[in-house]
Design a protein around this ligand. Structure first.
Ligand code: G6P
Length: 614
């Protein structure tokens, strides 16, 4: 989410910054902006000129005039979190007097508190962002201290995450950068230094880089960089030599965006739950639903509308909400809902799930629901998108830009938001504190559990290799993992062009078993849950008919090895949370089969990332 770049050296900064932003655009493209120090050391001192534009970096490029000259500058491409995408909310942001400018990637959780204090001290804010507060804090400390000390003192007050690049009109030959939770890299050149959110924006200038760690701050000049802790202790850093091509750098060294996005999931789930999952209190806070919280208490039914992978997230949500929040839920393909005559009233909430926030059918379904007087809600990834704007209330899943056409990280972040929603509505409707705390505690462990699973991706690659030649697969699961069987089969269809059927395993005997022979393998999603024994019987029946089986099972389940040909293990968790883990090997399996068959998994044939037509 959000990309930042800074340049300090001898060359004209603006074109370098724009080029770098283009490399970082995958991190967000709601708006872009830059700030350049001009007239360094000139007769009238220095000034800082900023240019901003909504939308793509190309829009900013058109706005930047050739006259904008200067050898020090910072720039930003935005994935909006606080404040809608518009010029005013675009970075870089400044203090009251346009002396201090900064580009920020991350979220400042206590910004409102700090903003209130600064407003009382007569600071004037120009944007709705959390980031602007940092510029004013530095300005405030600047009344007593120099640039560096003001930054350090300000950082001590911030709660949340940041990757920051800051420039100061009165110390024009210097740039200060800092990192906590959001990445930041210094590219060390000769008589010039480039900083950025990742190496993709640096590699063109130098292959010598210094990775800042959390809690580190660096003061950068054209020919030097010094790294400190926030407490102002010098830190010695190692310079790493990059051996990445530009193409590979943008993908963080992964071969495809899809693989990168699969590996980002520990982080994106954390982003979806940060500040929202309150473990000690066993509850969830969803700010975007606060103003309809009372109305939600009176809701008698939720109808979920969505398409594709988002539809399957909705199906998992149905199981969670009915079991733990006690609310009747229906899940509908948006494309069907809009042409039926749905029976809606003000006691029904219609909840749209959409990564892009622009899917035409989902949008039409929401408009239809509004027309009929239902409360409309959204779980949307793209900030400021049409569905996010048109729903009465909602919540963002904060997965960051998803570039691979087949959805992966957006799906698990949607599931994470469903866990939060279940906690919020459940606690409103009688879920005990103890149950709330159990769910919240287990949910908080999920990112680390996924991280551990991803370390064994090579084993899944080997399994994929074994199954490359098969043209058909049957994916099966039951209860919480029935939608995961559907999602697994969709993934392999989308990117490996393999025919796959997703089925509830209980339905196997009503048809699909007729397909089974040695050339038709089955994938059983069968963690140790309340339907484990039933799944096991189904697996025995497949085995008896000569069908091959890949099982997704819970760690420690040795018995399953006797039935399945291949077993992929997932860590233990609560039954309702198993989909967050069991989908990961299915994403990887689809990926490795797709790549093994020689396809462009990031751009599968005939598909589009955002389907804005019916
Ligand atoms: C397309 C994409 C899928 C996505 C679906 C719904 O088919 O390829 O990955 O799940 O649209 O999109 P949405 O943006 O509404 O989640």
């Amino acid at each position: 989410m959000c990309g930042i770049i800074g340049y300090i050296g001898k060359q004209n900064a603006a074109p370098i910054l724009i080029e770098g932003l283009k490399r970082l655009e995958y991190r967000g493209y709601d708006s872009a902006g830059l700030a350049i120090v001009s007239q360094v050391g000139g007769k009238n001192g220095s000034s800082i000129v900023a240019v901003k534009s909504v939308g793509r970096v190309a829009n900013l490029e058109n706005k930047v005039s050739e006259q904008l000259e200067g050898v020090v500058g910072i720039a930003h491409t935005r994935w909006a979190t606080h404040g809608k995408p518009c010029d005013r909310n675009s970075h870089p942001h400044s203090d009251c007097n346009g002396k201090i400018w900064l580009a920020h990637n991350g979220i400042i959780e206590n910004y409102q508190e700090l903003k209130d204090i600064l407003i009382r001290k007569k600071h004037v804010f120009k944007s709705e962002t959390d980031s602007e507060v940092i510029a004013h804090l530095i300005e405030e400390f600047g009344k007593k201290y120099d640039f560096k000390k003001s930054v350090l003192e300000s950082l001590k007050l911030l709660r949340g995450t940041y990757g920051l690049a800051i420039i100061h009109r009165d110390e024009p030959n210097k740039m200060i950068v800092a990192r906590l939770g959001s990445p930041l890299v210094i590219g060390v050149g000769s008589n010039e230094n480039v900083i950025a959110s990742d190496v993709s924006a640096i590699i063109r200038h130098t292959d010598q880089v210094v990775y800042l760690e959390d809690g580190e701050v660096a003061v950068i000049t054209p020919d030097n960089y010094e790294v400190f802790s926030v407490k102002n202790r010098a830190v010695s850093k190692e310079v790493t030599k990059l051996d990445w091509s530009i193409e590979k750098a943008q993908k963080h060294g992964f071969d495809h965006f899809m693989l990168k996005e699969i590996f980002e999931q520990p982080e994106t789930i954390q982003n979806a739950t940060r500040g929202r999952l309150v473990v000690p209190e066993g509850r969830a806070k969803l700010g975007g639903l606060r103003h309809v919280a009372d109305q939600l208490r009176g809701i008698e039914k939720i109808v979920i509308v969505s398409c594709g992978t988002s539809y399957y997230a909705g199906l998992v949500g149905e199981y969670m909400l009915e079991e733990y929040a006690g609310i009747p839920v229906e899940v509908e393909y948006a494309s069907e809902f809009r042409y039926r005559k749905p029976i809606l009233n003000d006691k029904v909430a219609v909840l749209a799930i959409s990564q892009s926030g622009e899917t035409a059918d989902t949008l039409a379904a929401i408009r239809e629901a509004k027309e009929k007087g239902a409360l409309t809600l959204g779980i949307v990834n793209t900030v400021g998108s049409t569905i996010a704007r048109e729903t009465d209330a909602g919540t963002y899943n904060h997965a960051g830009p998803e570039i691979g056409v087949a959805s992966t990280k957006a799906f698990t972040s949607q599931l994470s938001v469903f866990v939060l929603l279940t906690l919020m509505l459940g606690r409103q409707r009688g879920m005990s504190f103890v149950m709330g705390q159990r769910i919240a505690t287990e949910m908080a462990k999920i990112p680390k559990q996924i991280e551990k699973m991803l370390k064994t991706s090579k084993d899944i690659k080997k399994i994929a290799k074994k199954y490359l030649k098969y043209q058909n697969f049957l994916y099966m699961g039951r209860k919480y993992n029935y939608p995961i069987a559907l999602e697994g089969s969709l993934k392999i269809k989308e990117i490996a062009y393999v025919h796959a059927e997703g089925y509830p395993s209980g339905e196997m005997k009503h048809g699909p078993i007729a397909l089974i022979d040695k050339n038709f393998p089955s994938i059983f999603v069968t963690p140790k849950d309340s339907v484990y024994e039933k799944n096991l019987s189904g697996m025995q029946e497949i085995k008896a008919r000569g069908g091959k089986i890949i099982a997704i099972a819970t760690e420690g389940d040795k018995a399953i090895q006797k039935i399945a040909d291949d077993v992929i293990y997932i860590p233990k968790t609560l039954e309702m949370l198993t989909p967050l883990l069991s989908v990961i090997p299915l994403q990887l399996l689809a990926y490795y089969v797709g790549v093994g068959r020689g396809y462009d998994v990031d751009k599968p044939r005939n598909l589009a990332k955002s389907v804005t037509v019916e």
